[in-house]
Design a binder for this molecule. Sequence first.
Ligand SMILES: [Zn+2]
Ligand SMILES: [Zn+2]
Length: 434
Amino acid sequence: MKTSFVVVLFTVIAEAVLAAQWYRGNLHMHSMWSDGNVFPENAVAWYRDNGYQFVCLSDHQILQTDTGAWLEVGSKRLSRAAADAYVKGHPASAEVKKENGKEYLRLKTVWELKKAFDDPAAFLMIPGHELNRVVAGMQVHMNAINVHATIPYRYGDTPAETFRRVEAAVRAWGDEQDVHTLFMLNHPTWPYFDIKPEVLIALPQIRFFEVCNADGGSVYPPHRSWYTMEKFWDIVNAFRVEDGYDPVFGTASDDTHNYTNPAGNARPGEGWVCVRSASLDAGALVQAMYRGDFYASTGVSLADVVFDEAAGTLRVKVNQEKDMTYTVRFTTTKAGFDRATETFDDPAKGKKPARTGIRYSDAIGKTVKIDTGVEASYTLEPDDLYVRATVISSKKAGPRTNNEPEYETAWTQPYGWRAWQARNPVKARLAPKK
Ligand SMILES: [Zn+2]
Ligand SMILES: [Zn+2]
């Protein structure tokens, strides 16, 4: 009895591991429910038809649940041409109403969209929405992912206090409903270094942020002393890991607003995540992301990312695209890194706002190894707080915004931090020296 139970359990686990596969998704996109330029059906269909398995249609401020959302044809949000094209494209489902000489089209709710698009084997819509406001002159944007109701915005006096309150609300909703929710801090450097690393250092409960938002990016050329997005990521994780907290994981997303103008910003298909999950299920995908079992990409596809806990070795394997070559850069920060910061003045220039810049030590986020080829590995040194890999293709990215790398790139999550923390308990490290 006991043996067979163990055998059955082992078989179940083995099957789950064997069945795990990569699912590609975009966690941040808009439709006519807010300021996206197409109907939600067109937005979701683009992703379904272009090699994605899941999306979160994250319109601003609201989950799309209102069954009475009618858009006036010929209004600023819906041109006559767009309305006609939609009705032609969706003859069976388009809902038109005429009232007082005006014509309206109804927006489908997220539940109606899920019914139309979800396919257990192939495609999933995860409900969610963006929350955004200006707080103390800074853009404070975040996504509530896998929530089944609108999470109202909660203001604090500062961006950090606002993030803290909204994250707590999203988590509380998930706990209450027994649903795995995901909170993501969006485009922290948009439009000009609005959210600083100290916010994420102070809020270790925030586990996800956009290391690449393919729409946003710094609108103005940054002062040379500012950090890059990767450096931002390493700053947060160096402090967090050394202080005994979990790191923040990095996502890439489109923040799609524009589905129709290939020359404009905020196009689809520029930044995504690939999540390794046993099933195409919102809860399973979210849990896999909490485990850090995903990577962010602007074009590079990874066949495998393996971390050998015992040996402390991170291995990555690339799905090679024809004629492309790859550079794999491993980045770590050593324990005991210099925590001092310097501020600098970054004055207003034209429309660019004035900021007090903050500069962190060069010891944070150091390249420790560069491999070329489709397979690469790095074994952590005992004083490495973590290691992560950046895989860069020889293929140039298409027309891009400031925030996207010049060449197609993938980013793994940081690995090895748990082992470092286990060897260096916080209490022992922070105890006064004798
Ligand atoms: Zn935003
Ligand atoms: Zn957005």
